[in-house]
Design a protein around this ligand. Structure first.
Ligand code: HEM
Ligand code: 2DC
Length: 469
């Protein structure tokens, strides 16, 4: 018979002591390393208490399968307290990210139709390709300007702009012009605000924000300022589209973007549309840009893999006569390379679900309403799950063998990432266009580690070189 909950390994009895140790160890930016170490210490399941938050942590794909298969129709994840606190403080409605229960489900079903369904997603291809082409053009200009036949830089900010331009093109059907030489300072403010919002979230993750609010701590004030800037900018974009639609300035022939479709459907209240569109605009910046940066870094370090990908892309291009939609159907290795990037460099350190019924994990009884976390970062580097985990090998995703609950970078099930299809297409098209035009190189053999800043990011700048083929 399964063992009782109280026998779970882990130091879960002393929540505040644990939180204190965590701070001392510099845990703030090392959540992923601490988790990996705890799995080594306690085995594939452990119970933990940090401050007031209790969780059970698992690492194996089998346990992840058990968890997600029991999640039901209204799955709930850990809802990031400072994000909730901001909305309550400013009286802003929640979007799908923070809604729960039936309210979440009805919004999410409407959004799925316009954001995730295969029919509409194909319509994103021309919009996202156009942005990719502009990036390539800009890179070529930079190569020209350098007078050295190459462009070497820390691409972080270039990729932030690329990502925001991309997500806005599909959301609003309009270009912001972020890949031009002159960048609108307002858009740059939005990008900086999203980074600041993530950065100020992590220190407040385990301290009840109500407490910080009372202390009026600088961290909380910065956090509020960051969200204010995000909502202000998003609102301006949304108002623009709304006005153009009302004045019938938009041509109804071509695809007009996700926001227009949602407004014209008229099935969601405008406030709910705005809340979720704002979340998508903010969610579309650091996520795809960091993943692309990691992908280029890995390809620069594995020139053999890079050549294989390039060969695949060029063959696909010939066969499809340049038709991007067709090309996307044949680039298996490139898709695997993105999965492989997210294995080593997931955006989310964990996936979380509250159990709704009792589940058995590693032969322990886990009661309902328990927060269970899948250690995504730890799983990606566990040699039991991925042999030779340190090797960047897209091929492993195409080889025979079970992949069941191993590729979880975007989460799972009805609560998985809403932007998944946008993110995947954006990254596939970007990498395709880069590989068609440039060799990606790194100058030095610098080891780059990972830092937790709510999302996982590189712990130092990554310098990359693009060299025309
Ligand atoms: C949720 C990852 C890009 C919007 C999530 C979750 C993960 C994730 C792991 C939680 C899923 C779960 O609990 O099962 C990623 C990664 C990205 C990415 C790895 C890119 C590489 C984006 C983009 C957008 C976006 C581009 C916006 C267009 C969202 C939203 C949610 C979410 C709104 C909450 C959905 C809900 O609760 O119903 N993402 N994401 N993400 N993501 Fe993403
Ligand atoms: C952070 O312990 C660590 O996709 C916490 O686009 C558990 C946790 C809960 C939810 C996760 C979060 C972590 C990391 C960032 C995620 C978020 C859910 C969605 C969000 C993974 C792992 C993200 C980046 C969204 C953000 C949209 C937002 C800007 C409006």
């Amino acid at each position: 018979t399964p063992r009782p909950f109280n026998q779970l390994p882990g130091d879960w009895r002393a929540g505040w002591l644990n939180l204190y140790r965590f701070w001392q160890e510099g845990g703030l930016h090392n959540v992923h390393h601490i988790m990996a170490r705890k799995f080594q210490q306690f085995g594939p399941i452990y119970r933990e208490k940090l401050g007031v938050y209790e969780s059970v942590n698992i690492i194996s794909p089998r346990d992840a399968a058990t968890l997600f298969q029991a999640e039901g129709t209204l799955p709930e994840r850990f809802s990031v307290p400072p994000w909730v606190a901001y909305r309550d403080y400013r009286n802003k409605p929640y979007g799908v990210l923070l809604k729960k229960g039936e309210a979440w489900r009805s919004d999410r079903l409407m959004l799925n139709k316009e954001v995730l369904s295969p029919q509409v997603v194909e319509g994103f291809v021309p919009l996202l390709s156009e942005v990719g082409e502009d990036f390539v053009r800009r890179a070529q200009a930079q190569v020209g300007n350098s007078g050295r036949e190459r462009w070497t830089a820390d691409f972080t900010h270039e990729l932030f702009r690329f990502a925001l331009e991309s997500v806005c093109h599909v959301l609003y059907g309009e270009r912001l012009g972020l890949l031009q030489d002159f960048v609108d300072p307002e858009s740059q403010r939005f990008i900086d605000a999203v980074t600041l919002m993530f950065h100020t979230t992590s220190p407040m993750l385990y301290v009840p924000p109500a407490l910080l609010r009372h202390l009026n701590a600088k961290m909380w004030r910065d956090h509020v300022q960051a969200w204010d800037a995000i909502f202000f900018q998003a609102d301006k974009c949304i108002q623009n589209v709304y006005r153009d639609l009302r004045l019938q300035r938009k041509s109804t022939k071509e695809y007009m973007g996700i926001l227009c479709s949602l407004i014209m459907q008229d099935k969601l209240p405008l406030d709910d549309i705005k809340a979720s569109v704002t979340e998508m605009m903010a969610g579309g910046v650091d996520t795809t840009s960091m993943t692309l940066q990691w992908a280029m870094f890995e390809l620069a370090r594995s020139p053999g893999v890079q050549e294989q990908l390039r060969a695949e892309v060029l063959a696909a291009k010939r066969e499809a006569a340049g038709d991007r939609v067709k090309m996307l159907k044949t680039i298996r290795l490139l898709k695997a390379a993105i999965k492989e990037t997210l294995r080593l460099h997931p955006v989310a350190v964990t996936l979380q679900r509250y159990t709704t019924q009792e589940v058995i994990l590693q032969d322990y009884r886990i009661p309902p309403k328990t927060l269970v976390q899948v250690g995504l970062y730890a799983m990606g580097r566990d040699p039991e799950v991925f042999p030779k985990p340190e090797q960047f090998s897209p091929q492993r995703w195409l080889a025979a063998g079970p992949k069941h609950f191993k590729g979880l970078g975007f989460g799972f099930g009805p609560r998985q990432c809403l932007g998944r299809r946008i993110a995947e297409l954006e990254m596939q098209l970007f990498l395709m266009q880069i590989l068609e035009n440039f060799k990606i190189e790194t100058m030095r053999a610098v080891e780059v580690g990972t830092k937790f800043d709510l999302i996982l990011i590189p712990d130092k700048p990554i310098y990359l070189t693009l060299r025309p083929l």
